[in-house]
Design a protein around this ligand. Structure first.
Ligand SMILES: CC(C)(COP(=O)(O)OP(=O)(O)OC[C@H]1O[C@@H](n2cnc3c(N)ncnc32)[C@H](O)[C@@H]1OP(=O)(O)O)[C@@H](O)C(=O)NCCC(=O)NCCS
Length: 194
């Protein structure tokens, strides 16, 4: 079980994971008008369009999480509910940072809806720094919706990440490893901040 590119069979499960994760994190904190536009169908369409750029983890057709990069932005990072708190997010983040570095991006950014405290805590733990609060257009079917977000940034370095390695070790402790999740298949060494 390593980080991999998404495949056609992942579209449906990834869209549902995204839709459910979005609802978990955003229902209490964003305007109802935005919630009304975030239908499962809208996530299926967005996921199908984004598929070539999606990196995921887990068996084909049974993804546990994903990330989506858009230029210098970490555009989406989602983990399936039962896998939250288990280190999957750290693996996805390490892969996202590696891909950004490969693209020559040294200071990526991300937007996190104001009030998404769990995500914000994760980003802080991963070395991302709050750069400010701003209102940004977020994509909805047929247009854009203004949303207040926390902007995070991170100065990447090619040095191995103690944080990422610790998360990896926690997720794949020897006693919990399975034949499907060998240590050697986890993926590239994580990178981290200055
Ligand atoms: C954001 C996300 C990818 C982070 O992954 P994760 O596995 O949950 O991350 P972690 O558990 O390692 O870190 C989350 C931190 O928030 C804490 N936390 C857990 N529940 C929380 C809550 N209800 N409120 C605030 N903090 C919470 C955790 O304890 C942890 O902090 P700690 O390690 O200092 O104790 C995942 O929660 C997720 O997919 N959420 C739904 C989708 C989402 O919000 N995506 C980001 C959009 S910007």
């Amino acid at each position: 079980m390593g980080i991999r590119t998404a495949q056609t069979r992942d579209i449906g499960p990834l869209a549902r994971l995204w839709w459910q994760g979005w609802r978990d994190a955003h229902l209490p904190i964003v305007p109802k008008a935005l919630v009304a536009r975030r239908t499962l169908d809208s996530f299926i369409v967005r996921m199908a369009l984004a598929l070539p750029h999606i990196r995921t983890v887990g068996p084909v057709g049974e993804p546990l999480g994903f990330h989506l990069l858009k230029g210098d932005e970490l555009h989406q990072l989602y983990v399936e509910e039962e896998m939250r708190g288990a280190g999957v997010a750290a693996l996805l983040m390490a892969d996202a940072e590696d891909r950004l570095l490969e693209a020559g991006i040294m200071t990526p950014w991300l937007a996190c809806a104001v009030g998404n405290v769990r995500a914000a805590r994760f980003y802080k733990k991963a070395g991302w720094a709050l750069a400010g609060t701003q209102t940004m257009p977020t994509e909805i079917p047929g247009g854009w919706f203004p949303l207040k977000v926390w902007r995070y940034e991170k100065r990447l370095s090619a040095a191995p990440s103690a944080w990422g390695a610790a998360a990896e070790a926690e997720l794949f402790r020897p006693s919990e490893r399975t034949a499907e999740a060998p240590r050697a298949d986890i993926g590239a060494a994580p990178r981290t901040i200055m």
